[in-house]
Write a protein that binds this ligand. Structure first.
Ligand SMILES: [Zn+2]
Ligand SMILES: [Zn+2]
Length: 284
């Protein structure tokens, strides 16, 4: 059995897709990331990027099961469900996991009159699993832990562990001192932290339930995380703006400290900072 976890970025935007030339370097799809391990796919949120993942899975016979974890029911995390090719594959086994009301909400959203095909009418074998923050469950050997995110209407943050690896996904969450402490414990020593980098510090709006890349780096440092993957960018942030933010973020990592000073101030403590781009693959 191959122990590698392959993480792929399919969508990086919050709130709304941005399919125009100024957004193509980082990507215009709403948020979706997948983990592939030994024929098992775990999807973290079903934004429009999910359609691209679906296209790569069409006709693949080595996929045993697909689990889709939904952090909450805001549309930027769901609209990929309208165009996920494996739904049409009678051999596909797909399990959807999300908060209270999961099946009812998805049936309403993806059935008539809003969409021609209801989510219960696809040929694939679909199952629905309601979860609540604090729940733990197992996905074929991957242990999932959850915690509540501070977000309007609530969100669920996920930690996935297995084969000696740990991945934390914290999207659509706002931090304060107490939440930061709790998050640092939750994400402790993760190999990868997928982080809500929706806004720059100057654009951050308290109460909107989002965070910044700077908070992600601080959290990664406090939690001794190896790598922080910034994503869920504001739909208004062009490639040019994100390129500048990414360059700025590098000044907060040890790589640049080493470059500037020739020494590590906190050897081994600084997480690597990665700004997500669609199509990016990270191997754990
Ligand atoms: Zn969102
Ligand atoms: Zn949201």
């Amino acid at each position: 059995m191959n122990d590698t976890w392959q993480i792929t970025v399919w969508g990086v935007r919050g709130s709304f897709p941005m399919p125009s030339p100024d957004y193509m370097e980082y990507g215009g799809n709403t948020v979706c990331t997948s983990l592939e391990h030994d024929g098992h796919i775990v999807v973290l949120d079903a934004g429009t990027g999910l359609a691209s993942l679906g296209a790569t899975l069409a006709g693949k016979s080595d996929i045993r099961r697909i689990d889709i974890l939904l952090s909450h029911f805001h549309m930027d995390h769901l609209t990929g469900l309208y165009a996920f090719a494996p739904f049409f594959d009678p051999k596909a086994k797909i399990c959807l996991h999300g908060g209270t009301g999961l099946k009812g909400y998805l049936s309403t959203l993806t059935g008539p009159p809003f969409w021609p095909v209801g989510i219960g009418d696809y040929p694939a074998s679909l199952s629905f699993h309601e979860i609540a923050p604090g729940d733990t469950f197992d996905l074929e050997g991957i242990a999932v832990s959850t915690m509540a995110g501070n977000h309007p209407g609530g969100s669920i943050l996920f930690r996935l562990e297995g084969t000696g690896k740990r991945l934390t996904c914290a999207l659509d969450c706002e931090t304060d001192e107490a939440a930061f402490r709790e998050l640092a414990g939750f994400a402790r020593e993760s190999d990868l932290l997928i982080w809500d980098a929706s806004f720059t510090e100057s654009d951050l709006q308290p109460g909107w339930g989002h965070s910044t890349w700077k908070q992600g780096l601080a959290l990664g440092r406090a939690a001794k995380v190896k790598r922080v993957l910034m994503t869920h960018y504001s739909r208004e942030y062009t490639d040019e703006l994100l390129r500048r933010q990414e360059a700025l973020a590098r000044y907060f990592t040890n790589d640049v400290l080493v470059l500037l000073t020739g020494c590590h101030s906190q050897a081994g403590q600084e997480p690597a900072c990665i700004f997500a781009k669609e199509g990016m693959v990270i191997t754990l």
